[in-house]
Ligand binder design. Sequence first.
Ligand code: VGL
Ligand code: ZN
Length: 199
Amino acid sequence: MAGKALVVIDVQNDFCPGGALAVDGGDEVVPVINRMMAEFDHVILTQDWHPADHSSFASQHEGKAPFTDIEMDYGPQRLWPDHCVQGSPGAEFHPELYVTSAELIIRKGFRRGIDSYSAFFENDHTTPTGLTGYLRERGIADLTLVGLATDFCVAFSAIDAVKQGFSASVALEACRGIDMDGSVDAMIARMKAAGVSVR
Ligand code: VGL
Ligand code: ZN
């Protein structure tokens, strides 16, 4: 048996209090996740990893404010404050996250013209990150997802995991959300409808 994997989504300084795109209580997930790691056969981390001129940054769009939406050629895209810039302190993992046991760190959002919420596909929903191939080749089929943010990268990753044929559950006590206009509840409903076990 190839066992079960804990997929830790974007537990990076910029998503923690004091960071550029801070999620309320984002740092609170760190001790919970560190404890959970011991229960899994494999730990995989994701890292949001944007070039400084990334097209998801409001600063790249004249007259556009963060947290508004634009239309990209691949569909709607929310604009964010500059965050998780490659090589910056904000892009580093939270200093207390136990990264040593991770077998894979998958970086995403590194192409200027396209964002990537999901650990599996960029926001065009077709460009793969390589995670599906990695998991299949290693025979890992049972995933638990945790991290930041519940309503964006965790949710899109979990939904894509099921679409790719993996079993996916989300442990909410180890997640925190951005939560704009009820987006956490909306994405929990979408995850459940997609076949994700949310607990
Ligand atoms: C995320 C917005 C922009 C996330 C990443 O990790 O949920 N959200 N980039
Ligand atoms: Zn991002």
